[in-house]
Write a protein that binds this ligand. Structure first.
Ligand code: GDP
Ligand code: IMO
Ligand code: MG
Length: 425
């Protein structure tokens, strides 16, 4: 049995958490393959709202196994907070969640390094979530990291001390001498003990065994394709591979075992933090999208930058990921607009460009828009495709033509129930 992959096609916050939750009843296993607590995946049902950071979004359905894969970076303190609050909500998280021994640990000093690196960049800062993501992946790639499985080794404490000393030296070179980490370090070491209450697994073996047994596995991505460290708007990206290939490396799934690739996008675009955003709106329309869409970060509460949907970037993301099905989110946010726009090409130095360019940073990009009539109909209470207004159906058909990929699910509100599966596709 092949695994299916679900990932974001824009700059994150497309609504991955909601859709993973909606799709979970069709799966036996949900597995996160990269990222860490920089993610904030929101789920709503039965009048309650949850935000997940490191824990997969498949924990609220019918007891499916959930896996934190080797590609994830885990902060034990934040993980513990998240898990304990879920336990308080009645979720038997210790029973359903397994954690890869190969997942890397975010140390308290990684968070300090994240802050110091940002400060050193000055005006060129990335606008990270401040969760220590970049420094942790840096240690992983430079072969200095600590992994979940290392925490049971007899020499763990000395390895931790060595890594910490190295970080403190770097911090001093960045002007942050002798930071007081006594409290946070004590909490971190406690949280390491807490981790041991979970089943720590060789996730690549476990996932492949599930596949051999015919179990259905859904791989959950974090962030979005345009934040991928290789294909995103570098250097304004995160430090992991958010694209489909990340599911292979982040879970130990062979490329030939990838089945459906669900690509999620919003009916418009948002971005948090710095970096280029060709269709960004600085006017009243951008503000209106932000207000109606409640576009404020789930993790940091920062305002999300808003703009029209960018089909140049989406085509690129579909290509890189091999998307087989598109899922369109938050169309309801545009319900009251007289017209809606989609960027079909860029004008750069007088040339029309269809392929996402090498360097969009600092480049004068003029988006070429197609403007379509709005549907002027509240869609949030609609439950089936045949109830959709004709103008909206025309818009969806236009996007499918432009993107050459079927849109199989439409989300018309934050709640689990506000989801329309298109039987026609
Ligand atoms: P993720 O990081 O991709 O899981 O997305 P986030 O949870 O960070 O951001 C998506 C936000 O949009 C959350 O507040 C969701 O509750 C909300 N949301 C998801 N789908 C819809 C939708 O179709 N319509 C509306 N209005 N809100 C949605
Ligand atoms: P989800 O999974 C939106 C952005 C940050 C910053 C850049 C690098 O909820 O979609 P990092 O802390 O990863 O080093 O920050 O990436 N970023 C996200 N933006 N959604 C996310 O996750 C993000 N995770 C990181 O704002 O610009
Ligand atoms: Mg999010």
């Amino acid at each position: 049995m092949k695994v299916d992959v679900l990932l974001g096609l824009q700059w994150g916050d497309e609504g991955k958490g909601k859709v993973v939750d909606v799709l979970t009843p069709h799966y036996d296993v949900v597995a996160r393959f990269q990222g860490g607590p920089n993610a904030g995946h929101t789920l709503e049902f039965e009048g309650k709202k949850y935000v997940l950071r490191s824990i997969p979004s498949g924990i609220f359905q019918h007891g499916q196994v959930n896996v934190i894969g080797n590609g994830v970076v885990l902060d034990p303190v934040l993980f513990r907070e998240e898990a304990e609050s879920l336990e308080q909500s009645g979720i038997d998280i210790k029973k359903i969640l397994k954690i890869s021994k190969k997942a890397h640990l975010i140390m308290p000093t990684h968070r300090l390094l994240d802050a110091a690196n940002e400060a050193a960049k000055g005006a060129g800062k990335i606008g990270t979530t401040g969760k220590g993501i970049g420094p942790t992946y840096t240690d992983k790639i430079s072969r200095n990291g600590l992994r979940v499985g290392d925490t049971v080794a007899p020499d763990f404490n000395s390895r931790y001390a060595k890594a910490k000393a190295k970080h403190l030296a770097t911090l001093a070179s960045l002007g942050m001498s002798d930071p007081d980490i006594t409290d946070i370090e004590a909490r971190w070491l406690d949280a390491i003990d807490y981790l041991h209450q979970y089943e720590l697994i060789d996730s690549e073996h476990v996932i492949n065994r599930y596949m051999r047994e015919g179990k259905k596995v859904l791989c959950e991505g974090a962030q979005g394709t345009m934040l991928d460290v290789d294909f995103g708007s570098y250097p304004y990206v995160t430090s992991s591979n958010t694209v489909c290939a990340g599911a292979c490396t982040g879970l130990g799934v062979a490329p030939r075992n990838i089945g459906e690739v669900f690509g999620i996008f919003k009916a418009y675009c948002t971005r948090v933090g710095s970096g280029p955003f060709p269709t960004e709106l600085f006017d009243e329309t951008g503000k209106r999208i932000r207000d109606i869409g409640h576009e404020y970060g789930a993790v940091t509460g920062r305002e999300r930058r808003c703009g029209w949907v960018d089909l140049v970037a989406l085509r690129y993301a579909i290509m890189i990921n091999g998307v087989t099905q598109l899922i369109m989110m938050k169309s309801d946010v545009l319900d009251d607009f007289d017209t809606v726009k989609a960027c079909t090409a860029y004008r750069i130095n007088g040339q029309t460009v269809q392929d996402f360019p090498y360097d969009v940073d600092g480049m004068e990009i003029e988006p070429v828009y197609t403007e379509m009539p709005g549907w002027k109909t509240p869609m949030s209470s609609l439950t089936s495709e045949d109830q959709l207004p004709q103008a909206f159906k025309d818009y969806v058909a236009f996007l499918e033509r432009e993107l050459e990929t079927p849109i199989t699910i439409l989300s018309v509100g934050p709640d689990r129930a506000q989801t329309i599966v298109r039987e026609s596709r």
